[in-house]
Design a protein around this ligand. Structure first.
Ligand code: AMP
Length: 117
């Protein structure tokens, strides 16, 4: 998955964002959607994604206005608080590109919690 690749509008998260596929929604606003991972690797495993079509972390950071990037990460913090993860702690991860193990080519952050309870 190269940064020169074109965004695939049929990827699974694009289809969720377009309303063609369902998701177990946790949070939504005009710029962000968050839902439970279908194959959780932690007791709480939420995926947070910007609605902007961007393939990877690098695409998002390079293409989105700085305010939108900052706002996205503030939203992740708010979600962590809302779902009760802030007090125990949590893990954020973001697989980037083929070498980073990214499977779905729409930028997303994994928010995982309940790991050490
Ligand atoms: P990544 O390897 O970072 O691209 O992670 C993709 C994640 O998306 C994996 O943890 C999958 O379990 C998850 N996933 C794939 N399809 C769906 C879906 N339809 N709904 C929710 N999560 C999904």
């Amino acid at each position: 998955m190269s940064i020169f690749q074109e965004y695939d509008p049929t990827n699974v998260f694009a289809r969720i964002l377009g309303g063609d596929l369902p998701c177990d929604k946790v949070y939504e606003d005009d710029k962000t959607l968050a839902f439970h991972d279908i194959n959780p690797s932690a007791p709480v495993h939420i995926l947070v994604l910007p609605k902007r079509p961007c393939i990877s972390f690098l695409d998002f950071v390079n293409q989105a206005p700085t305010e939108e990037v900052a706002s996205f990460f503030k939203t992740i913090a708010r979600i962590a608080e809302q779902v009760g993860l802030a007090s125990h702690g949590f893990r954020l991860s973001c697989n980037t590109g083929e070498g980073g193990g990214q499977e779905v080519p729409h930028f997303h952050v994994h928010l995982c919690g309940g790991l050490h309870i």
